[in-house]
Design a protein around this ligand. Sequence first.
Ligand SMILES: [Zn+2]
Length: 322
Amino acid sequence: MIEELLKDIFVISIPIPKSPLKNINCYVIKGNERNLLIDTGFNNQICYEALTAGLKELDIDMERTDIFITHFHWDHSGLASVIASDKSKIFISEIDKNILIGLVDSRNSVKKANALGFPDGEKNIKKISDSDVMYMPLKPVNYTLLKDGDVIALGNYKLECIITPGHSPGHLCLYEKKQEILFSGDHIIFDITPNITSWLENEDSLGAYLKSLEKIREMPVKYTFSAHRSAIGNCYSRINELIEHHEERLEEVLEIVNRLKITTAYDTATKMAWSVKADNWNAFPPIQKVFAVGEASAHLEHLFFKGMLRRELTNEQYHYSL
Ligand SMILES: [Zn+2]
């Protein structure tokens, strides 16, 4: 499904079956010399067919097209190396590139699983989070690194990189100042709440995310184009909802710690309310457990960084208490 949103800006909606994300919105901006594709979908057959069909319908020649990856997650980066031509640049932030190429282990390690409090049988998070809808880029790629403030000029549009850490450590939005257009990636999604997980040791990912939301709230934005579900929405009302959501979650987590006296991220997640279609915690699909424990960890860590909780490392496991 393709739609022209503004002059020379198109959205290709790519299905993501068996995932609450439902789809990814890949954007194409046609320029004079070169075009830009923003995000790609997973490296799997369904995404590949939908994306290449969309690019064909828009008459996009990959020899004249570069690819911008908002963040390292496989639903955004998976197909970049598959569809790129020899002349395509593939843009990404440095920190997310390092995660993508495995230099930094963001989430999928047994050590991390242990720190989060996963029980023995569930410690191999990498294995349990593998599923047939999650395919990562396979070919080695020469990424072109972008940082906050860098500009990609394309015909009528000048797209500025806005660093918005939170959903990933190096998440980049693109902002067109003249027409006040924001490509928000997974930083702002309208119909679902972007997953915030803890990433690297001793970094407050939720704190970073809330700051990144405030950063966007200060900017004049007329059009927000998001990466999942509804492509278009009002970023200001959504930012307020997202901040409120996390404030409520922080209260919920604080109440759980108070009740349990001492707890891990895993145990906290089992006590939080989730909108996952499962009768109880044990019936959660493994990937949803990973996301839930990550969310619990991000909220616990934020409370720790704010000085509202204590954190102790015993047996390489983080325990939180009041
Ligand atoms: Zn995504």
